[in-house]
Design a protein around this ligand. Sequence first.
Ligand code: ZN
Length: 148
Amino acid sequence: MSQSRFSAEGFTPTDNPMKTGIQGLCPRCQMGHLFSGFLKLAPRCEVCGLDYSFADPADGPAFFAMTIAAVPALALGVWLQMEYGLPLWGHLFITLPLTVLSCMALLRPLKGWLVCSQYFHKAEEGSIDFDWHAKAKGNQQNGHTPAA
Ligand SMILES: [Zn+2]
């Protein structure tokens, strides 16, 4: 059996990527840290050595943070406007900071969750299994199809 870069002996990989990710822990050992800054991923786990280069959540955390935070923030802004006729500077000091802070608060746990989910589901860039194709070609000539 081939050893994937996702597995390692002696560590208990996460079975709950949401919990592990929100805590900002390594998905392979659940002891090391994912982040070296607020949102910057560490190059690798300091405990099990898992290389975090597989992690590519792209703009996923930003999308989810905006989606989760924007609706309540907009509702608050509209409510303040309709109920109290809040002037523009009021929104500048209440609605805007609340929107920005709630997005900021969500980014890190969401990024951790997405990275751990990527590890958990072994999601990576697509590649061609040349061995499988070579086997398929060989078996085709014999009139068989290869087992996966
Ligand atoms: Zn680790």
